[in-house]
Design a protein around this ligand. Structure first.
Ligand SMILES: C[S@@+](CC[C@H](N)C(=O)[O-])C[C@H]1O[C@@H](n2cnc3c(N)ncnc32)[C@H](O)[C@@H]1O
Length: 295
């Protein structure tokens, strides 16, 4: 499992990095090898070695071996659906204020990239995904990176999120609001926002990830019914720099656009306003009489 300390063990993910910075995600199955045009590296050369070890293929191509970061894993893992880009995953964790023990409703689950970040931040995730094959992939990815123990906090179902939360599903009990946060990445998040107040607690936060600004506008309209406060829309621009000797400048390439992140916070019930007698007005000095400050 990634994040473990000490030497590499069999069946955990590892990252091979060559001298040009190219990265290859592998799983250390003891009877397998990494093959390239320059020969192969048996995984038994890596198992039992410390992180950062250098290995070489049978024809001398060298690689450093590290445990993959979540960023590496998300970009290299097998995908069903398109994943949320890591720069946006990081921002969503902060905008949704995800904390250990938070009960998060996530939909669509897709390839499980967002799920991984929520689980690693300590949340319990209830996820809805319409495609069974994507859900199976998400479970594999999550378990492959975070290990089997996390699955207790990952309750995902094949279900249409537009139809509401089905209390008949295992692990869900009707009663008090069950979720602290909603994280939405599906074509029409406003269809989920419409039923969110039934299961999101007051003060709970919704973040919707939408590639297009017209979707973001529609999300904003759905927050615009008096039930939501602290509404904002953000785009995360992420630019790396080239720094080598005197050549110091932004990198030529950057990811131009991924999506807009729109956030809203559910308000609580209005308190009854107690009518009070108005304070008596200060005495009117009278028209025409100049008000003179006492000296
Ligand atoms: C872009 S992907 C989500 C990727 C995911 N956030 C990740 O980081 O891996 C959108 C997903 O929404 C799912 N989806 C679309 N409509 C849905 C619905 N009504 N209910 C549940 N899931 C839905 C799709 O099947 C797809 O897997």
């Amino acid at each position: 499992m990634s994040g473990a300390l000490g030497e590499f063990v069999a069946d955990e993910p590892a990252l091979l990095v060559d001298n040009k910075g190219r990265r290859y995600l592998i799983n250390l199955e003891p009877d397998k090898q990494y093959h390239s045009h320059a020969g192969f590296v048996p995984y038994t050369d890596i198992i039992g070695k410390p992180e950062g070890v250098q290995v070489a293929t049978t024809k001398g191509q060298k690689f450093r071996v590290f445990r993959p970061t979540m960023n590496d894993y998300v970009l290299q893992m097998k995908r069903g659906a398109q994943v949320i880009y890591p720069k946006d995953i990081a921002a969503i964790l902060m905008m949704a204020d995800v904390y250990p023990g938070a009960r998060v409703f996530e939909t669509g689950v897709g390839s499980g990239a967002m799920s991984m970040a929520l689980l690693r931040a300590g949340a319990s995730v209830t996820g809805y995904e319409v495609r069974e094959d994507f859900l199976a992939r998400a479970r594999k990815n999550v378990e492959g990176f975070l290990g089997p123990d996390v699955i207790d906090r990952y309750r995902v179902h094949v279900a249409d999120a537009y139809e509401g939360v089905d209390f008949g599903k295992p692990g869900l009990v009707e009663g008090d609001p069950m979720f602290d946060r909603f994280v939405l990445d599906l074509p029409e998040p406003w269809q989920v926002i419409a039923h969110a107040p039934k299961t999101l607690r007051p003060g709970g936060i919704i973040v919707a990830y939408t590639p297009s600004i017209t979707q973001a506008q529609q999300v904003r309209r759905s927050f615009n019914n008096g039930q939501y406060d602290e509404v904002s829309t953000t785009e995360v621009l992420y630019r790396t720099w080239h720094i080598e000797g005197q050549a110091v400048r932004p990198d030529h390439r950057m990811v131009g656009h991924t999506a807009f992140l729109t956030r809203g916070r559910l308000v609580g019930p209005k308190l009854d306003v107690v009518e009070t007698e108005p304070e008596p007005a200060a005495e009117d000095p009278g028209v025409g009489e100049p008000v003179v400050d006492e000296v």
